[in-house]
Design a protein around this ligand. Structure first.
Ligand SMILES: Cc1ncc(COP(=O)(O)O)c(C=O)c1O
Length: 404
């Protein structure tokens, strides 16, 4: 069929020339503001995904755009061959925000996870005294930490892994939530436990009560680093700075990304103690763009905004409302289960009503953009700046799609 509308033409060209590693909803966004996006035909949609939490502060956030514009006019890239005047503040402010000492900036989330893996191994050999080549990292099943060859080597998702071998060794996978299995897997060669405190991609899976404090206890007792991948869960999404906070847990290392770049530039980082990040010597790790002036300027503004506590409070208050409303949907037959915290929810739809993809398409027709994960699960993660009326309108559309 010959494409006739702008949307159809755009999608046909994208499919002809862009690799098919995604299956986007058939909407072509042309502009966005706050929690709303507008497509090439002028139709408006409520963004209930927020770039998987990269847009916690909404589209076109004035403070962030102004900070980016001001920096664009001054200097955008130096490489780390030279110092620049935003780097020191960025590292100091981010370390302070995390209650830690040192920062190693990268760009994408996957790069930060790779950096965490390299850091833990180097710490293991240089500080813990693990024999050369034996370092082990314990991870959990259904994890999502990114797409590099090493990271997918310890994924349990066949789609993410298939046909990318040979895989990187050095990881042991235990069931998420099973503290005894994790404790058994930790041996004298283990340098770290790496996990998402709330598993986003897996469907916003919550840690069982006591699990994260248990992981903290085991890792502390056994001299192993506890690495929390808070790339999606951190920086306000759950109503706190970090998802670990809800469990009263402070890990040895945070891995951050997404919202740190304000939805403008990719900014990620590993944040930890001097003992841990102090293992690097010049030339042992790096990135041309990591910690660039534009990234630092945007991230500094993100941190200033987070320090007000306003976004965390919104996520808490609107999150309570969201989960109350979603809770009412369970028991009626349309929704099997709802999980999440703050402005973040995984909703298992009764498979009889359709796949997650089909539900997402029906919501799209009604002007709400969400993302399905596995099977009949959809995920809600609106920008933290969403208005209560808009959130309620989005929930009305969900109820309509579910026939409620
Ligand atoms: C918990 C977690 N870690 C890592 C990543 C990878 O981040 P990126 O896509 O920026 O490489 C993601 C992305 O969804 C994530 O949710």
């Amino acid at each position: 069929m010959t494409p006739t509308t702008s949307t159809e033409r755009s999608i046909a060209t994208a499919e002809a020339h862009g690799a098919h590693n995604y299956h986007p909803l058939p909407v072509v966004v042309a502009s966005a503001e706050g929690a709303w996006m507008t497509d090439v035909e002028g139709k408006r949609y409520l963004d209930m995904l927020a770039g998987y939490s990269a847009l916690n502060f909404g589209h076109g956030n004035r403070r962030l755009i102004d900070a980016a514009k001001a920096q664009l006019e001054r200097v955008t890239l130096t490489s780390r061959a030279f110092h620049h005047d935003r780097f020191a503040d960025f590292c100091a402010r981010l370390a302070e925000f995390c209650g830690m000492e040192m920062v190693l900036p990268m760009n994408t989330g996957a790069e930060a996870v790779e950096t965490a893996v390299k850091t833990a191994r180097k710490w293991g050999y240089r500080i813990k005294g693990v024999p050369a080549g034996r370092a082990k990292i314990v991870v959990v099943d259904n994890n999502f930490h990114g797409r590099t060859t090493t990271i997918i080597s310890f994924s349990t998702d066949p789609e993410a892994r298939a046909d990318y071998g040979p895989y990187t060794p050095g990881f042991e996978i235990v069931p998420y939530g099973d503290l005894a299995a994790l404790e058994d897997a930790v041996d004298e060669d283990t340098v770290a436990v790496l996990l998402e405190p709330i598993q986003g991609e897996a469907g916003v899976l919550m840690p069982p009560p006591g699990y994260l404090p248990g992981v903290r206890r085991v890792t502390r007792e056994r001299g192993v680093l506890f690495i929390a991948d808070e790339i999606q869960s951190g920086l306000g999404r759950t109503g706190a700075d970090f998802a670990c906070e809800h469990e009263g847990v402070v890990p040895d290392m945070y891995v951050l990304g997404k919202a740190l770049g304000g939805g403008i530039v990719p900014v990620s980082a590993v944040v930890s103690s001097r003992e841990v990040l102090g293992v690097f010597r010049p030339g042992e790790h790096g990135s041309t763009f990591g910690g660039n002036p534009l990234a630092c300027a945007v991230a500094l503004e993100v941190l200033a905004m987070l320090r007000t506590g306003e976004y965390q409070q919104r996520a808490r208050e609107l999150g309570e409302h969201l989960h109350h409303e979603l809770g009412l949907l369970t028991g009626g037959g349309a929704v099997d289960a709802v999980r999440g915290r703050g402005l973040w929810a995984g909703i298992d739809i009764n498979p009889a009503l359709g796949t997650g993809r089909e539900i997402s398409e029906r919501l799209m027709e009604r002007g709400v953009l969400v993302k399905d994960t596995h099977g009949s699960t959809i995920r809600l993660a609106p920008p933290l700046v969403i208005g209560k009326d808009d959130l309620d309108w989005g929930l009305d559309q969900l109820r309509a799609v579910l026939g409620g």
